[in-house]
Write a protein that binds this ligand. Structure first.
Ligand code: GLC
Ligand code: CA
Length: 557
């Protein structure tokens, strides 16, 4: 495999609104990110991805861009962005921006012009169709709930929005749109960006048979994924996008492309794939409080293990998946995988190790190494995301009581990831001197980065050590290019695997059960590399793993 500059990337996702405020308006900003570059360097990070910071009315917290070439004043200026790229560079950190090109904001100039003249030049930038019998062109449901169509004023025309109605979908069939987008991407790459995380990219192509389908919900709409996700023909757009922009800049691209069929993985992330990497989302569908898994946490872990290994098997050395646990669209992973009573240093470090040493790109999310958790809301009014409100309405429509709907959101809401970063035990967790735009989790007095740094045994130090090991001269090639072989695949609650490269072998064993496990151990240990306890118990061909223990050793080959 041809070596690339980003193969050794250790990524860190920043949700700028909630990272660090520097001017007291209660909203995180780019100068706040610059302030913490030293912290990120100390952790070992060499790539950061910023959720959108372009000009936006913030209907979807920045995933609705009204000017691709501007930075939203809420976050700072273009000069701040340039300074961030430069300062990051000095520390060996490459910056990725979020590229949101499936849709724009409804306040984007193009869309405003499209509204004025739906049949004119800019009308063709979007997907506008005549209604049918006084109703929407078809009954597709938006991914965020409700119809995927919005009527234009009192005309009989509708525009398509797969997400909120403030995010009209761009018409990628129109060459002029594609050219505008490519030119914009190149302007950013010329500024020195390392690349992009690419939003909602599997939706670029739509199947234009706008027939009504049988409704699948009480709202009368239908989930139209087969008609607007990974639709045949999308490859033409993706190839062109790469050729016109990323390839000539040798950029790193991390695409949000879910449910790529195993036979298509090579096209997506193979040596000549459309992207450098795509997220492995398979673990985001689990939750210990999901009725499906309630009181069966160990079976859930077994299921997770099979799903993770299956994904790795599909890829099988042909490319790099992005192995993450947390992001801005999920509740905190500790809450999803660990029963509440077990949450703590050992369980969280064990969870953090599960896919950390997989082949692929590691991405951490802000607050993950500080042990941040979900902040449960007492009322629906405490949430901030239109999507949450859409879901809430949907649940009530399905017949849930207000309490039940709130409880469900408290379990699954993506907003849990978006509470302000907990830096220290000072007011507002050190996030802002003003009033935070979104309430800080009151557990910040004990759960914060400074406290983690101060403890000898802490999640922060665990992540730092894991990163150092992954990046070390001795082992980095093994972790990047080595083979992966699952072991103990039938042992309850254990996720374990070997990585092997050029005659060297590292074994990673994570016990995700609260109870001690005694397992046969046939390897000869060459060196103990890491453990989340003070000692490792391997005796007489047996290993004794305490609850939530992780052991990483080099074995004789
Ligand atoms: C992606 C983003 C999500 C956003 C959506 C629409 O899924 O991760 O936060 O709401 O796209 O742009
Ligand atoms: Ca600010």
């Amino acid at each position: 495999m041809q070596k690339k500059w980003w193969h050794n990337a250790i990524g860190y996702q920043i949700y700028p609104k909630s990272f660090q405020d520097t001017n007291g308006d209660g909203i995180g900003d780019i100068p706040g990110i610059i302030e913490h570059l030293d912290d990120l360097e100390e952790l070992g990070i060499n790539m950061i991805w910023l959720c959108p910071v372009n000009r936006s009315p913030m209907a979807d917290h920045g995933y609705d861009i009204s000017d691709y070439d501007e930075i939203d004043p809420m976050f700072g200026t273009l000069d701040d962005m340039k300074r961030l790229i430069k300062e990051a560079d000095k520390r060996g950190i490459r910056v990725l921006m979020d590229l949101v090109v499936n849709h724009t904001s409804s306040e984007h100039e193009w869309f405003q012009k499209a509204l004025e003249d739906p049949d004119g030049r800019y009308g063709k930038y979007y997907i506008i169709r005549e209604g049918k019998d006084g109703k929407e062109p078809n009954n597709w449901r938006s991914i965020f709930g409700g119809s995927a169509w919005e009527r234009i004023g009192d005309t009989d025309k509708y525009y398509l929005h797969l997400f909120t109605k403030w995010q009209p979908d761009l018409n990628w069939e129109n060459r002029e749109v594609r050219e505008e987008i490519y030119a914009m991407i190149n302007r950013w790459l010329d500024m020195g960006l390392g690349g992009f995380r690419i939003d909602a990219i599997s939706h670029l192509k739509k199947d234009f048979t706008y027939e009504n389908l049988p409704a699948d919900g009480v709202d009368g709409y239908v989930n139209g994924f087969p008609y607007f996700r990974n639709v045949k023909g999308i490859e033409t757009f993706l190839n062109e996008l790469k050729k016109e922009t990323f390839l000539p800049h040798d950029a790193f691209t991390l695409a949000e492309a879910d449910d790529v069929a195993p036979e298509d993985l090579e096209d997506f992330i193979g040596e000549d794939g459309y992207f450098s990497s795509i997220f492995d989302f398979c673990h985001t569908r689990y939750h210990v409080n999901d009725p499906k898994w309630k009181d069966r946490p160990v079976e859930m872990i077994n299921d997770l293990r099979d799903a993770l290994f299956q994904k790795q098997e599909y890829v099988n050395g042909r490319g790099f998946l992005c192995n993450f646990l947390d992001n801005h669209d999920t509740s905190r992973s500790a809450e999803r995988f660990i029963p509440r009573e077990d949450i703590g240093y050992h369980s969280m470090s064990a969870l953090g190790s599960v896919n950390f040493f997989f082949p692929g790109i590691v991405f951490l999310y802000q607050g993950q190494a500080a042990g941040m958790l979900d902040y449960r809301k007492k009322s629906i009014d405490e949430f901030r995301d239109p999507t949450t409100f859409n879901m809430y309405r949907g649940y009530l429509q399905e017949g849930m009581t207000e309490e039940q709907a709130l409880e469900k959101l408290n379990v699954e809401s993506r907003e849990h990831a978006r509470t302000p970063m907990q830096w220290n035990a000072q007011e507002n967790a050190g996030f802002t001197d003003g009033t935070p735009w979104f309430a800080v989790n009151p557990n910040y007095k004990t759960v914060n980065l400074e406290a983690e740094k101060g403890k000898e045994e802490s999640l922060y130090h665990w992540y730092r050590k894991m990163i150092a090991l992954r990046k070390s001269d001795e082992y980095s090639e093994l972790f990047i290019y080595g083979s992966l072989t699952p072991v103990y695949e039938k042992t309850d609650g254990v996720i374990a695997y070997e990585r092997e490269y050029q005659g060297r072998c590292v074994l990673i064993i994570c016990n995700l059960k609260a109870a001690l496990q005694e397992l046969p151990f046939g390897w000869k240990v060459k060196k103990i590399l890491l453990s989340n306890h003070k000692d490792v118990n391997i005796k007489k061909e047996k290993i004794y793993l305490r609850g939530y223990e992780v052991v990483i050793v080099e074995t004789e080959k």
